[in-house]
Write a protein that binds this ligand. Structure first.
Ligand code: SAM
Length: 275
C-alpha cells in the first residue's frame, strides 16, 4: 500500500493511503502532488501541504465565502486571490447578483490540474481568471472597486508570504468599498496561534481595529480546526443578513453555523484580547 504524508508540525504527520497518483511535479512556484486516496478522495498537496480534499473541502470553501457574502447587504464585485483549485469560485458563483468575479492565481499549473482532475470550471461569463501575483494585483487595483476580497492562499511561505502583511491589508482596505469585507484563511488555532495573532494584529491596524476571527472544522488541515480572519471598516460580520436562497447547494453554511463560527473557545478569546 502506498502512503502519502504531510508533516503538519513537529512530531505530527497526516498520512493517507493512496489509490493512484494523478500528478506529481513542480511548477515554477511549488511542488505539486495530486493523488486519489482511499479515505478522502482526491487530495491536492502544494509543497507537501494539503490544500484540499474532495471529502472535506466544502467546510473550508463554504466558511471562507459565505460568511462575508451573506454578511454583506449586496455583494456585486468580488476578488479571490489564490484559490486556483476552483472551490471558492464555485461557492461565490452560487450567489445571485454577482456582477464580476476576478480570480488571481499565480500558478497556471494549479488551475490546469484543477480543471483536469477536480472538476474546476473557470468559464462563467462574470469570471475573469488572471495568472498573476495577487499582491501586485491589489496594489494596482482601483480604489473602492470591490465589495469582497477573499484570500484563499497557501500558508505565508514563498509567494504567499506578502498576502499576510500589513501593507497588503492596507491596499485591500483601499480597494474595498466602505461596506466591503476582506476575508482570508488564517491558519490553525491548534498549531499556529502566533500566526493568527500576527494576522489579526495586522488586520486591526489596516482596518481601524475592525477585524474578527471565525472557525470551521477542516479534518485534513493541521489540528482539524481552521481559522478565518475577516475585516471591514463599517460592517459587522457575525450575523448573516439573509438566509440562503432556495436551491443553493450547501453542506456546511447556515445562518446558525455562520453565527456560531464566531463563538471562540476561551484560549482564543484570551489570545486575541492581548493584541
Ligand atoms: N485552501 C487552501 C489553504 O487554505 O491552504 C488554499 C488553496 S489554493 C490551491 C492556494 C493557492 O494560492 C495556490 O494555488 C497558490 O499558487 C496560490 N498563491 C500563493 N501565493 C499567491 C500569490 N501571491 N498570488 C496569487 N496566488 C497565490
Amino acid at each position: 500500500m502506498l502512503w502519502v504524508s504531510e508533516r503538519q508540525a513537529e512530531g505530527l504527520l497526516l498520512s493517507l493511503s493512496v489509490k493512484r497518483t494523478l500528478f506529481a511535479g513542480r511548477s515554477q512556484y511549488q511542488d505539486i502532488l495530486l493523488v486519489e486516496t482511499h479515505r478522502y478522495g482526491k487530495v491536492l498537496f502544494l509543497d507537501g501541504a494539503v490544500q484540499l480534499s474532495e471529502a472535506d473541502e466544502f467546510f473550508y470553501h463554504e466558511a471562507l465565502v459565505h460568511v462575508p457574502l451573506f454578511a454583506h447587504p449586496a455583494p456585486r464585485d468580488v476578488l479571490i486571490i489564490g484559490g486556483g483549485d476552483g472551490g471558492a469560485v464555485r461557492e461565490v458563483l452560487k450567489h445571485p447578483g454577482i456582477r464580476s468575479l476576478t480570480l488571481v492565481e499565480i500558478d497556471p499549473l494549479v488551475t490546469r490540474l484543477a480543471q483536469e482532475h477536480l472538476g474546476a470550471r473557470f468559464d462563467h461569463p462574470v469570471l475573469r481568471l488572471l495568472h498573476a501575483d495577487g499582491i501586485r494585483h491589489v496594489a494596482q487595483a482601483p480604489s473602492e472597486s470591490l465589495d469582497v476580497i477573499l484570500v484563499d492562499s497557501t500558508d505565508p511561505v514563498g509567494p504567499a508570504q506578502g498576502l499576510f502583511s500589513e501593507e497588503f491589508f492596507g491596499h485591500c482596505a483601499r480597494c474595498l468599498r466602505p461596506q466591503g469585507f476582506l476575508a482570508m484563511q488564517s491558519g490553525s488555532p491548534i498549531l499556529q496561534l502566533p500566526l493568527i495573532k500576527d494576522v489579526q494584529a495586522a488586520l486591526r491596524r489596516g482596518f481601524s481595529g475592525r477585524a474578527w476571527l471565525y472557525l470551521a472544522p477542516v479534518p485534513t488541515y493541521p489540528g482539524g480546526l481552521w481559522s478565518f480572519s475577516i475585516a471591514s471598516m463599517v460592517l459587522q460580520p457575525s450575523q448573516a443578513l439573509r438566509d440562503a436562497p432556495r436551491g443553493m447547494a450547501l453542506r456546511h453554511w447556515s445562518p446558525q453555523v455562520h453565527q456560531g463560527s464566531f463563538a471562540l473557545p476561551r484560549f482564543l478569546q484570551d489570545a486575541l484580547k492581548s493584541l
